[in-house]
Design a protein around this ligand. Structure first.
Ligand code: ADP
Length: 558
């Protein structure tokens, strides 16, 4: 607020106060003045009436005639400019300084007048009213005069015009004095307002400056904290504004992406000409804000980074994490698992084949313990064989060495391909399989081998974990763009707490049970990888049909 407007406000406020107070005070003074003048007039009238009263009282024993009474009033009135009247106890005007005796004869009785009434009852009476007799506004004052045991009344009166004249005169003086006082007060208050305004303005300026300083300081602290966090991060952070210009670069980004401070303000794609980043940020409109997208890319110099882009209304935050070492270790682990599995495959196959041969032929007639030992060797060799197969499969998938080739498949054909082993297992386990395809000739896009693996893993699980006599239901329905395949079973189901994790490698709810049924803990991990590789989705729910588990996958419709 400027100094002028502050002073003006103060001044207007004081004007308002002064005018308000002045008017109130003037009104009060005016009333006091009027009362004072009236009192003075009444005192004067009383004095004159009292003279008449004294005379009347002193002649109490004499019976004065009307002419004498009238003469008395005339005489005393001459000495003053007051009209004097003498009223007898019956209310007849017996003497009046303004009227002749003859005129008095025609005068009406006066006891109806308020001042006369008061005096008749022994009190001082006064009134102001218009007099018909004298044709003017009059002030009347009446006093009682006890005379020969009766109450006479002496009334003195005077026109109010004189008093009004004095009042008007006084009022004018009062008004002029008030006006000049007000003008002076306004002038003084104007000066005072101006000075107070500037003093107040200085205080305000100081307060504002202080507040501004505090705000700037806390902003600076905020910025320093933000910087410290940003610089403390291992990950490279690049923030861009909605125009795709670089706004923030931390030192990790300067090192990893070779972006200098000077890149701030430059277009992102000029400073960082990476096609992957361009692609990631290209399809803006389809994405929601706050949704983080993650991709992996290789920077020049064989550095592998994971890039996470988070969109906000004010721009995009790009977070680059160097995962080169991690990926190298993963690749080493994969190679190791792959190589070991591969190396183990042949010896295990030989052990299995030998055990089978032994069991079938050589020890047919042998002792029971030997048969048991060979039987156990065969079971272990089978389990080991399964584990090796699964391990090889998963390391092939993870290494990307299992490219999927999507083609239009008829689901019944795929099922026929895995029918025999499934039926065999169904018989062994005492769990029936039922198939329901709607419509029967469903077609979908998938890799034939991968789909067989996925379905046989899911059906095998249903058969393995459902106690006999049980049931497994394979159900497939066509949606608008996808085909949904569900594998229900009447087994124990999967507790909600485990549902999220069963697709992880080696995750088993009951290790003993899994081992007992020849499980490896890798089946569902393989299913997950393969379904995703075929652009599908998958999930798990409680089966409403059979009460056990319900695994579902969705693949593109052909
Ligand atoms: P496994 O070789 O042990 O069967 P999977 O990856 O196929 O490994 O399954 C992981 C775990 O999920 C299993 O150990 C089992 O505890 C549970 N599971 C899978 N399918 C079912 C099912 N149909 N009913 C109950 N539990 C199941």
């Amino acid at each position: 607020m400027s100094r002028t407007s502050l002073s003006l406000r103060l001044f207007l406020l004081s004007v308002l106060l002064l005018v308000g107070l002045g008017t109130g005070w003037g009104f009060f003074l005016d009333r006091s003045l009027e009362n004072e003048l009236l009192e003075r007039e009444d005192t004067r009238l009383l004095e004159h009436a009292q003279v008449v009263r004294v005379l009347l009282e002193s002649s109490a024993d004499t019976d004065l005639t009307d002419t004498e009474l009238d003469a008395l009033t005339d005489r005393i009135a001459q000495a003053s400019d007051t009209r004097l009247s003498i009223i007898d106890p019956q209310g007849w005007v017996r003497g009046d300084s303004e009227l002749t005796s003859a005129q008095l004869q025609n005068l009406e009785q006066h006891q109806g007048r308020p001042e006369i009434q008061s005096a008749m009852s022994g009190q001082l009476g006064h009134a102001s009213r218009y007099s018909n007799t004298l044709q003017g506004e009059m002030r009347y004052l009446a006093i009682p005069v006890p005379r020969s045991g009766q109450t006479w009344v002496v009334r003195s009166s005077a026109p109010t015009a004189r008093m009004q004249g004095a009042l008007t005169q006084q009022r004018r003086t009062l008004f002029l004095t008030g006006l000049s006082g007000l003008a002076l007060a306004l002038l003084l208050s104007g000066i005072a307002s101006w000075q107070a305004g500037s003093a107040l303005e200085q205080v305000l300026v100081r307060t504002h400056a202080q507040a501004l300083e505090n705000a700037v300081r806390s902003l600076a602290q905020e910025r320093d904290r933000f910087r410290a966090v940003l610089e403390g991060l291992d990950a490279a952070v690049v923030a861009v504004n909605p125009d795709r210009e670089i706004a923030v670069v931390n030192s990790a980004a300067q090192r990893l992406l070779r972006l200098g401070e000077e890149s701030i303000g430059n277009p992102l794609f000029t400073a960082l000409p990476l096609q992957e980043v361009r692609d990631l940020l290209a399809d803006d409109d389809d994405r929601d804000d706050d949704e983080a997208e993650v991709i992996e890319l290789e920077l020049p110099g064989a550095t592998v980074v994971q890039l996470q882009a988070t969109r906000t209304p004010k721009g995009i935050v790009l977070l680059f994490q160097d995962v080169t070492r991690l990926r190298r270790l993963e690749s080493m682990r994969r190679d190791f698992v792959g190589n070991v599995s591969h190396e183990l495959r042949t010896p295990v196959a030989i052990i299995r084949a030998n055990a089978e041969t032994l069991l079938d032929t050589a020890i047919d007639d042998g002792p029971e313990p030997t048969r048991m030992l060979v039987g156990a060797t065969l079971r272990s060799a089978k389990r080991l064989g399964n584990l090796i197969t699964d391990l090889l499969e998963i390391s092939r998938i993870e290494a990307g060495k299992m490219p999927v080739r999507l083609e239009a498949l008829t689901l019944t054909r795929t099922l026929t391909a895995i029918q025999e082993p499934m039926e065999q297992l169904s018989e062994d386990r005492g769990v029936a399989i039922e198939t329901l395809l709607v419509p029967p000739d469903l077609k979908l896009f998938a890799d034939p081998k991968a789909l067989q693996t996925v379905l046989s893993n899911l059906i095998t699980n249903g058969l393995k974990y459902t106690p006999a006599p049980g049931q497994v239901l394979l159900k497939a329905t066509a949606g608008e763009r996808t085909v949904r395949i569900e594998v229900h079973d009447s087994g124990p189901g999967i507790p909600t707490a485990h549902q999220e994790r069963v697709f992880e490698r080696f995750y088993r709810i009951d290790k003993g049970r899994s081992r007992e049924v020849g499980g490896t803990g890798l089946g569902l991990a393989i299913v997950k990888h393969m379904v995703r590789a075929m652009n599908g989705t998958l999930g798990l729910a409680d089966s409403t049909e059979l009460g056990g588990a319900c695994f579902w996958i969705e693949l593109p419709k052909a």
